[in-house]
Design a protein around this ligand. Structure first.
Ligand code: CDP
Ligand code: MG
Length: 732
């Protein structure tokens, strides 16, 4: 009690926390799982799965669905003929749950129990219970449409309504509700179980031909909710709410009775900042006088977000040592995907990071937006699992009423569908408009996806997958990035693009320290790295960081010295190898396109990028403001983190990787290009009439119509050429 104890898990404090948790390690014995609500229904559940090809299971979060049901089925012999596959919308959930289950059944992770997420496969020949992301199962269906290795497929967390899960629902319905289809490539029937935490089960049941619903009754305790005053209906800047949640969490720590705290924020950098601030505050506590509950002797602060290393994630679930209050600062992942025991207090920021298709900009944008009311209720409910709890909302009642929608809109209705539509097309689903969607996406989103696929040459005028499209679908990357990579591969310069694709697929590699002095130092190092790669091209900087680090004697020390996240680079190395393997396999198997190019390397590199990013071309308007060329004509600004930010040089045309919206629309990872490189590609952004493509999607197109379009297009081209000649003559 003499000394204040406060711990925080950022890398440098890891050792302290590890020592501490070793002493308090609790063996997750079977006994503990017998306490879960699902346990009493074990026999009935097994029988229900035996009796039904489609089954819906619903129960409160934390009742044991994800961790227990696969074990029950395994022990009842469901793995004799095939595996049990369980999908999760989030990769962290797939990994941590697999870890937990492996621990419960006392096997090494990756043996009987394993997981697979994008770029990380932890399974083996022995794996019979396989947790995976919904995206991974979608890829498996591409390779094996009958899912012949599986005896049971469990689609979990369906209430989250992730894009891939929604597509899987439709596909499984389509394939396995037709007995003839279902038998293809299978010698035994497949069982499909759909699990959901909310009561949207009627809709799900009618979707699957009125299949039975198994409800796991569970008891929850009351949670009292209070509204704050910090966030009103006009507040959206994140700096405000981070400080406020820290203040509220600290107040709980000092003035409330023992019990753990769960704080909801939106993303990694915010969470790390909140942890820093909280740590600073907690250090000043004198536990003899400052805390209301004298049994509380310290605060353990733990961050939780998607890209965290897995050993650190595991810490989250361990009970804190006696007298220590645990405070988990998490993204929305802790709302339903993961259940942390012992939580009594919730601090709700009211915001979430969401990928939305922004029709103003015409792109998918990761935005911080207010959560829905149902989401807020779900967050609050996390405090009432084992006893009564309290939820502190930092926003006021007006914010609740004016800014928060009733329900969260399913992802399928708010993000770009390009990648999944290509997957569907490759699976032979030609009519993507009349696919059995649980909730139909807006038709214009489907049209936009078709248009983009056509622009990337992944589908033809008839909406059929091209040879290139078949190659593209093999890569778990954004179609644009894949297109650029394939272009590079056809020119024999894949070594330029593979590292870039890998670097863009992992978390941010540049460390941005909170302390102003350190921040300056880091920025200096980063701009030196940019300069080394020739400057003025963020893609080239990524390539150069990758190469420099890889060729250094001590890569981890090199990273530390240059303020680069070593962990992120390590994943980038692994991702690059995996992408290279996919490419090699395709180059061996198929008629891989080959082209030649003479010109310098920097031009070659940027030209390849143009092939994939011509949809993200912008032209200088005034100063640092650029105007996008995709028909939306949005005004965008180069992000300060870009090496082009300070450049006064003549930059007229640029391409960019992604967009960030705060008070302005920023573009990040930017590279200058020449008009000549994109000019032949740009007409593709406009010439295609989406309504014609929609006819294609509906299979109502005739050869005659196609001829008509092609003639029309040729005529247009001729006209354009004539215009250009005329202009040129005038200029001359
Ligand atoms: O899927 P559902 O929300 O119904 O529950 P679950 O995820 O199976 O969680 C059952 C129990 O396992 C909860 O008490 C969790 O806290 C615990 N659990 C854990 O301790 N560690 C994990 N990695 C996952 C779950
Ligand atoms: Mg679950």
């Amino acid at each position: 009690k003499e000394q204040s104890q406060a711990f925080i898990v950022v890398e440098e404090f890891m050792s302290r926390v590890q020592i501490m948790s070793k002493s308090s390690r609790m063996d997750p014995e079977r006994n503990e799982s017998k306490q879960l609500p699902i346990y009493q229904h074990k026999t009935k559940l097994r029988q229900a799965v035996r009796d039904n090809d489609f089954l819906i299971i619903t129960g409160e979060t934390g009742s044991g669905k994800t961790t227990q049901l696969p074990q029950y089925l395994h022990r009842a012999g469901f793995c004799k003929k095939g595996k049990i596959g369980i999908t999760q919308p989030r990769r962290v959930a797939a990994i941590t749950v697999a870890q937990r289950v492996a621990q419960e059944v006392k096997c090494t992770l990756g043996r009987e129990v394993g997981y697979q997420v994008r770029f990380d496969d932890c399974t083996s020949q022995d794996t019979v219970v396989k947790y995976m992301t919904d995206g991974c199962l979608l890829r498996e269906i591409l390779a094996d449409p009958g899912l012949s290795q599986y005896s049971v497929i469990i689609l979990d967390e369906v209430h989250e309504r992730s894009l891939n899960t929604d597509i899987l629902l439709g596909l499984l319905k389509k394939i396995f509700s037709n007995p003839d289809e279902a038998k293809k490539g299978r010698s035994f029937p497949l069982k499909v179980v759909v699990m959901s935490a909310t009561l949207e089960t009627e809709k799900l049941s009618s979707f699957f031909g009125n299949c039975p619903v198994f409800t796991i009754p569970g008891r929850t305790f009351p949670v009292s909710c209070t509204f704050g005053s910090a966030i009103g209906h006009k507040d959206t800047e994140s700096s405000g709410y981070v400080k406020e949640v820290v203040k509220v969490a600290f107040d709980i720590h000092t003035s409330e009775m023992a019990g753990d705290i769960l704080v909801f924020l939106t993303g990694q950098s915010e969470i790390e900042r909140a942890c820093d601030l909280l740590f600073e505050k907690a250090e000043s506590i004198d536990y003899r006088y400052d805390v209301h509950d004298q049994t509380v002797e310290g605060l353990l602060i733990l961050p939780l977000y998607g890209s965290m290393p897995t050993d650190q994630q595991r810490q989250i679930f361990q009970p804190p040592p006696p007298g220590i209050r645990k405070c988990v600062v998490a993204t929305n992942i802790a709302a339903t995907s993961l259940t942390i025991n012992g939580i009594k207090y919730i601090v709700d920021s009211g915001f979430v990071k969401q990928l939305n298709h922004n029709s103003r900009v015409g792109l998918d944008i990761l935005e911080v937006v207010p959560i829905s009311k149902s989401e807020a209720q779900q967050r609050a409910g996390r405090a009432g699992r084992t006893s009564a709890g309290k939820c502190f909302r930092i926003y006021n009642k007006e914010f609740w009423e004016k800014c928060m929608p009733e329900y969260t809109i399913p992802e399928i209705q708010r993000t770009s569908l390009t990648a999944v539509i290509l997957t569907l097309k490759c699976l032979g689903v030609h009519d993507v408009i009349r696919f059995p969607y649980l909730d139909c996406p807006e038709e214009r989103f489907i049209l936009e996806a078709l248009k983009q696929l056509y622009q990337f040459d992944a589908i033809d005028r008839r909406g059929r997958v091209t040879q290139l499209g078949e190659l593209m679908v093999e890569f778990p990357l954004h179609p644009g990035l894949t297109r650029a990579l394939l272009k590079a591969a056809s020119l024999g310069c894949q070594d330029l693009l593979l590292p870039v694709a890998a670097m863009l697929s992992v978390e941010n590699i540049f460390i941005r320290p909170g302390h102003p002095d350190k921040q300056k130092e880091a920025e200096k190092k980063h701009s030196a790295l940019a300069a080394k790669s020739g400057g003025m091209n963020d893609f080239a900087t990524l390539l150069s960081v990758f190469q420099l680090c890889k060729s250094s004697d001590k890569p981890s020390a090199w990273c530390k010295d240059h303020w680069i996240h070593w962990r992120a680079l390590k994943s980038a190395f692994s991702v690059e190898t995996q992408l290279r393997d996919i490419l090699l396999r395709l180059q061996q198997k198929r008629d891989f396109p080959v082209e030649v190019f003479d010109g310098n390397k920097s031009e070659l590199f940027r030209r390849c990028l143009c092939t994939g990013y011509f949809t993200n071309v912008a032209r200088r308007s005034v100063g640092k403001v650029f105007c996008t060329m995709d028909g939306h004509g949005s005004m965008v600004h180069v992000h300060p983190s870009s090496s082009l930010f300070d450049q006064e040089a003549e930059l007229d045309w640029i391409i960019f990787h992604d967009v960030l919206v705060t008070s302005r629309v920023y573009i990040r990872t930017v590279c200058p290009v020449r008009y000549e490189w994109v000019k032949d590609l740009l007409p593709k952004l406009h010439e295609v009439d989406v309504y014609e493509l929609s006819n294609v999607a509906r299979e109502e197109v005739t050869d005659e119509e196609i001829m008509k379009w092609e003639n029309k297009e040729a005529a247009k081209r001729q006209q354009d050429d004539a215009m250009k000649k005329l202009e040129k003559r005038n200029d001359d």
